[in-house]
Design a protein around this ligand. Sequence first.
Ligand code: CS2
Ligand code: MN
Length: 356
Amino acid sequence: MEMTLRWFGSEHDTITLEEIRQVPGVRGVITALYDKKPGEIWTREEVKNLKDEVEAAGLKLSGIESINVHDEIKIGGPERDYYIENYIRSLEAVGEEDIHLVCYNFMPVFDWIRTDLARKREDGSTAMAYSKAAIDALNPETMFDAMEGDANGALLPGWEPERLAGVKELFDRYRGMDCEKLFANLKYFLERIMPVCDKYDINMAIHPDDPAWPIFGLPRIIINEENILRLMKAVDNPHNGITFCSGSYGTNPKNNLPHMIRSLKGRIHFAHIRNLRFNSPDDFEEASHLSSDGSFDMYEIVKALFDIGFDGPVRPDHGRMIWGEKGIPGYGLFDRALGAAYINGLIEAIEKSRRE
Ligand code: CS2
Ligand code: MN
């Protein structure tokens, strides 16, 4: 497994590549052209500049998170072929620059959703949290205002203001959309991009929907083992794979995380490791990465990845804000660095015990 950290680029991140370089065991970053809107073409030159910047700091560009999919493709609208063509151009730019991993998601309108970006914990740290009661009290537009007001003035991935300004119209366009239609649109998209992925050996890694259930009446499909296996079969090409994000699939306690990992052998291209602590079935917060701080057995998760021979990039996902750090919610340096060190410790222990 290749330990990495996500980096939002010198324009947006509060963290530098030099800092990332000093986290023990981290040799790569996961990044993107964060100023690109969904549907916009990435050029080879832009990708090259990004890669050069990362490499100049002594790090590897281990993968892209994300090339966002335009809503027209998710809706299956009249212009989807145009946007798929643009997506293919972007994949070519990435492939030409010898990058072989692209994370993306297929969530309608919204990316991940939390109801609290800075909930105070017992130890004085803050963490992102989700409470069903708070969601029930919101509608999509006030939700956006709430998220924006809470983000330390930072750019929240997936919550770009330009995109969400038109949230109402977007909602209208999704009217009548159900899980089956969304699945068919995802299949259509994947079938069309597989040839370019084959050509450049690009692993597509779909990120799960977070939380793993429908929100505001919008369908969500990448939520459990059954659906994801169905998708793997529907487009049965190893380049059609997944990002295993423990914190997203884990929002539904019915998802058996180690079991899911084992059933997806060969199709996991990227792993996000994070822990959640459930305070009740309807309320969770993003704990530190340690098993003892949350509800997941992190050892079992890492062991399952090890057992299936997963050797791709892995990164600690959202961390808490600690030691007075201010940054992009979930993406400060300190707690993610602790997470990387802890996960590396698990990996070393598992590796050595296997050799004995
Ligand atoms: C999130 C997402 O859990 C996560 O990693 O921060 O924003 C994620 O990056 C996207 O859904 C991937 O497309
Ligand atoms: Mn994730």
